[in-house]
Design a protein around this ligand. Sequence first.
Ligand code: ATP
Ligand code: MG
Length: 649
Amino acid sequence: MTQALENLLHEERIFPPSEDFTAQANARPGIHEEAADDFEAFWKKQAMDRITWFTEPTMVLDDSDPPFFKWFEDGKLNLSYNCLDRHLQDHGDQVAYHWVGEPGDTRTISYSDLAGEVNRFANGLKRLGLEKGDRVAIYMGMIPELPVAMLACARLGLVHSVVFGGFSADALSSRILDADARLVITQDGAWRGGNVVPLKENTDKALQRTPDVSHVVVVERTDQGVEMTDGRDIWYHDLVEGQSDECEPEILDAEHPLYILYTSGTTGKPKGIVHTQGGYLTGVATTHSLVFDVKPDSDVYWCAADIGWVTGHSYIVYGPLANRTTSVMYEGAPNHPGYHRLWQIIEEYGVTIFYTAPTAIRSFMKWGDEHVDKHDLSSLRVIGTVGEPINPEAWMWYHEHVGGGDCPVVDTWWQTETGGIMITPLPGVVPTKPGSATIPFPGIFADVVDDDGNSVPLGGGGYLVLTKPWPSMARTIYGDDDRYVDTYWSRFPGRYFPGDGCKRDEDGYYWLLGRVDDIMLVSGHNISTTEVESALVSHPAVAEAAVVGRKDELTGQAIAAFVTLRGTATGDEDLLAELRNHVADVLGPIAKPQSIVFTDDLPKTRSGKIMRRLLKDISEHRQLGDVTTLANAEIVAEIAEKAKGPGED
Ligand code: ATP
Ligand code: MG
């Protein structure tokens, strides 16, 4: 029998927390053990300490109908009250968001400004006749009215479904239909890389297929002039005008749905993940405080994700606001008007905590060190990543060039379905290793198992599973309980299966190895995409790499690699041979790519993740699968053309 997943890559570097950091950290040593002793008591304490309840829960976990778990079921609360009202008396003037527009305009929004705006808008929504439980689609760019719209929904018990502003009219209409949304909130246009993305125009197209949408609220942002349909469309500024800045929050059950969010579609048709008010808020407030070590009175925190993804929901909106954080929110592209943009913002606002994605970090590396090195980033004290496995070399680059060599790097593994961070270092407590998300968060329980569901001993690889429920877990896939059970709970009964491969080293550290669907079977060895990619990225000429297993007569599958180079390197025959040998040196001859194609870019989802299944289709000369969530369609044809060329041997 073959191993579930080989362990090929060995990383020796380790970074223990500094004494100074540990002395002031929110997370205390021993917290993991304490939570493990009684995880329900741990989560109950978080729920009581971090949330203001209208009615305190007496129940913690209801596991009578697995996998449909409930948390804090008899508690009553309102999430917008927790994010706004309770901060106002003593901290109304504190900045909630330093907002930076792409063209250079800025807005400073205090907690009382934000509360006033949310209440006015919530009153406006009531005027439109929306009722508790109705679904609202939000299709916007990164402007302050986006969190305002989400919080106004939460205040009234409306269920929002934010659709990423980079999606097309088709993607929007299918999500509106799936959630049966009654209202769409959008804007005339959004700034992106100096261009206007015509959100209202896209919405109009989408609505040709969605007869049940009765109203569209439109925020004015780019002023290019849009068509407004009488009786259906209304300007945001007209709707809020004259509305009271007081609106009583609905008193909601802990299990009342807060939102639906579609997964990013890396593996196929997106799933409408449902999250709740009470458990979700407990999870995101706890993880936000302990993982980022946020100090509400002094930190300037910046999660540079898009609110259209779960990272933005949990760590730009709900977690930070519940914890009374001062955040930066940036509207536009990271390279507009130049490669300095993000670093200039960090310098200008004195950002202390920064959270981004490996895909962004690899772009920074590709653009060249000089852009980041020119800026004074010494205000930073914690830096984080999420979204994909981070290659050890990209981790080191981030640590040195952005973190200045002395910030803890938190590599956080989680997914839309988990609501909040699950496997992560706690800065000040957990020593880090480049490329490892380290260990499960306190109160979270994981394992790595083989095909038969048996725990794999330390040092081996297999399938990641989560063995106990947690408060911020998804409750279902909207309208499709069966798919929820099938996708996550049937592969290993009684355990949650996220779909990711993983190994554990001798210290029990978790190393995420990419999607199990992507695992390659080469001459009887199960090889992870992540390890081969990391080996390629550890060569100084390589910025980014994707590998897939291509059908092969001799070996079952052969490794096909696609590589993007750094700065001035050129992809010629010499480099090709060198890279193949480099991988063989680092991982062993079994992992040597059979072919390498050099390309300027890789096919990515709109959330920036590499879509390996398309590269696999290309490698096996097949019709391409679902491409609706693809960001850069043009590169696929280009790569397909090259894949036929001399790079293949
Ligand atoms: P779909 O489920 O529709 O294919 P998706 O899985 O890309 O989309 P998300 O929920 O945004 O949608 O992404 C979660 C996934 O991202 C995880 O399952 C994992 O594969 C990957 N991921 C996120 N963070 C990390 C991390 N720190 N290390 C390794 N992988 C990560
Ligand atoms: Mg997923």
